[in-house]
Design a binder for this molecule. Structure first.
Ligand code: SAM
Ligand code: SF4
Length: 333
């Protein structure tokens, strides 16, 4: 379906939890209040939203969080979404800590690809950024996914004075392995507001100096706004998600569903369309098909409202205009 600016919206990011087994300093430092479990959508409710979305042409879903793999049954949810008529793709964004444990089950349920967030290859720095000593498990799960032929993308957020100098070693993961390494600009959302954004172009210039043969890759690698490059001799690609400095809004193709059942038209603004109240109307609990169909219609109408209220562009460059006050862990990235 198209939004008010003629953009085709066919991708939904679905957060299934606001819990996480890491505490990345720019996303979920200690002390964030968690939502009571009864406020979080059940898998059946999520599937109902996805069914309505698929009927409207939104056919690609990314499961995110918090950390999606801390929620029991995440692989089964993948299977539920893959079973919906019209669904083209279900992928997952994870910190990788539990990926090795669930990989078989995720693949059996039809997972199409995985993004793993990894900001450093140094064990001590990993602990500094995430609060935990889990680099080993994350690396193993990445290698195991690559070894199983899964499409893997590594997402790295570079932070000034912390891991910015690791652009080269992180990019090096794509030399040895057939995976994409993507550098994401730190966005001024939640604790990210306190951080300085390192421009993607700066990293690109450094890569160009180091690898003069680097070439733009015009093929589409995924659902998102990343721009890709190929380096001769590298097994995988290098991507840039210039969320702040690149104006990619004219090609925006997505909406978000938060764990609490809010449809979010744009990352920058707090405005949401609530679907949980529709999903939890008393008649949903009854067996009456006619009433259930009315609920499905209302969910479709809510998705249309969210899509049509997408703004033309984000406002990361004018910080006073950012109205989103939640943390990224509560939104899903
Ligand atoms: N736990 C999963 C993970 O880490 O991939 C999924 C949720 S996490 C919120 C999704 C992505 O958002 C991660 O790659 C994380 O690095 C990124 N992220 C969090 N806060 C951010 C910020 N302020 N700017 C840019 N990316 C951010
Ligand atoms: Fe957890 Fe992912 Fe946020 Fe890190 S980035 S705290 S892993 S949700």
């Amino acid at each position: 379906m198209r939004d008010g600016y003629g953009r085709e919206i066919r991708y939904m990011r679905i957060s299934i939890t606001d819990r996480c087994n890491l505490r990345c300093r720019y996303c979920m430092p200690e002390g964030i209040k968690l939502s009571p479990m009864e406020e979080i959508l059940t898998f059946e409710e999520i599937a109902a939203v996805c069914e309505a979305a698929a009927a409207l042409g939104i056919t690609r879903f990314k499961i995110t969080g918090g950390e999606p793999l801390v929620r029991l049954g995440c692989p089964q949810l993948v299977g539920m979404l893959k079973g919906i008529s019209g669904v083209e793709q279900v992928t997952l964004t994870t910190n990788g800590v539990l990926l090795g444990d669930y990989l078989d089950e995720l693949l059996r349920n039809g997972l199409d690809a995985v993004n793993v967030s990894l900001d450093t290859l140094d064990a001590e720095r990993f602990r500094q950024i995430t609060g935990f000593d889990e680099l080993g498990r994350v690396r193993e799960s990445i290698l195991s996914a690559v070894g199983r032929g899964v499409r893997v993308k590594i997402n790295s957020v570079l932070q000034d004075g912390i891991n910015a100098h690791e652009w080269e070693t992180l990019a090096g993961l794509a030399k040895e392995n057939p995976l994409d390494v993507r550098f994401i600009e730190m966005m001024p959302i939640g604790y990210g507001k306190k951080e300085k954004t390192i421009e993607g172009n700066k990293i690109l210039s450094l890569l160009k100096e180091k690898y003069p043969g680097i070439q733009k890759d015009h093929r589409v690698h995924g659902n998102g706004p990343a721009e890709y490059y190929r380096i001769p001799g590298f097994a995988g690609g290098i991507g840039f998600i210039r969320a702040v400095h690149g104006q990619f809004c004219e090609n925006c193709n997505r909406i978000r569903l938060t764990a609490k059942g809010e449809l979010k038209p744009c990352l920058c603004y707090e405005d949401c369309v609530d679907v949980r109240s529709i999903l939890r109307r008393p008649e949903v609990m009854t067996g009456e098909d006619r009433r259930k169909e009315a609920v499905s219609e209302d969910i479709r109408a809510a998705i249309c409202r969210a899509v049509h209220s997408k703004p033309r562009k984000h406002c990361f460059d004018v910080r006073e205009q950012i109205t989103e006050g939640r943390q990224m862990v509560q939104i899903g990235g």
